[in-house]
Design a protein around this ligand. Structure first.
Ligand code: HEC
Length: 257
């Protein structure tokens, strides 16, 4: 016969159990909010909208990628662009007045919008069709160009910031899991299950936290940071639900154990 520790949540008064259930609901609600906060916070590391893997890699490792427009021009694309026009475009793209000078009337024929209209739109407009055109990368409006004009240089957060953030996150996230896991072990549910979830979620948190540092040197580890964090969050949520269900179910007699 298996030995069960004597403390079972369901032997507590119902009001106490409902109180615990409400607290756990609040805790899980807080998690949902901090998940949203996380996605807003990292959202705009790269210029693409939404939380992308690039945002995460940018935050922990940094991302450098050259502007596709500069790259294409430097590689000699398109072939029949005259040298002065190519140089004018490159000078504009490497400067810091991209949006102001795009259709600056003072630049006359050398305004980037003019050069692009004459040299690029045959192939790079939404209406372009035929061989050797690329309507999927239109260059008709500033909005089209903006997305590929800038080089990306996302610097990772400084070590002091990462350390400060971890100083707040690691202990609190670990303690939340310890408390929820301890409550879950006191439920009527099979300990093998709650134990396994605790183990996996704990491992997830460790990988996540260690990953903040590993990703600085090794960018692909950002995926492990995300996976570890997700596993921790899923495990904690699952244990929380187990506790809530156990608290709200009728108590019953615990004497059989
Ligand atoms: C004759 C048609 C044609 C002209 C003119 C042309 N392009 Fe292209 N462009 C293409 C095609 C086809 C591709 C895709 C294949 C390749 O890279 O060669 C491309 C690719 C590109 C890319 C890379 C897009 C990506 O996401 O991979 C950029 C940037 C670009 N062109 C900019 C320009 C600019 C700026 C001009 C004018 C100065 C221009 N192109 C003129 C046909 C053209």
């Amino acid at each position: 016969m298996k030995q069960r520790h004597p403390f079972l949540l369901r032997t507590l008064p119902y009001s106490f159990r409902v109180g615990i259930a409400l607290l756990v609901i609040t805790l899980l609600g807080g998690y949902i909010v901090s998940g949203l906060h996380l996605s807003w916070h990292y959202d705009n590391r790269d210029e693409e909208p939404g939380l992308t893997m690039n945002d995460i890699i940018g935050a922990y490792h940094g991302v450098q990628s050259p502007s596709p427009l500069i790259q294409a021009l430097e590689e000699g694309h398109p072939e029949n662009l005259s040298d002065p026009e190519r140089d004018a475009l490159l000078e504009w793209l490497r400067g810091d007045r991209l949006s102001q000078d795009y259709d600056n009337l003072d630049l006359g024929e050398n305004a980037p919008s003019e050069i692009i209209a004459f040299n690029c739109l045959d192939c790079h407009s939404r209406a372009a069709s035929g061989e050797n055109t690329l309507p999927s990368v239109p260059l008709e409006y500033w909005d089209d160009i903006q997305g590929i004009a800038y080089s990306k240089d996302i610097q990772p957060a400084g070590t002091n910031i990462v350390a400060m953030s971890q100083h707040a996150h690691a202990p609190s996230m670990a303690i939340i899991l310890i408390v929820i896991a301890w409550l879950a072990v006191c439920t009527r549910f099979w300990m093998g299950l709650t134990g396994l979830i605790t183990f996996v979620a704990g491992l997830g948190l460790l990988v996540d936290m260690a990953g903040w540092w590993i990703t600085r040197d090794y960018a692909p580890f950002a995926y492990a940071v995300v996976a570890g964090g997700a596993i921790y969050a899923a495990g904690t949520t699952l244990l929380g639900l187990i506790v809530i269900v156990d608290c709200l179910l009728p108590g019953g007699k615990a004497t059989a154990e």
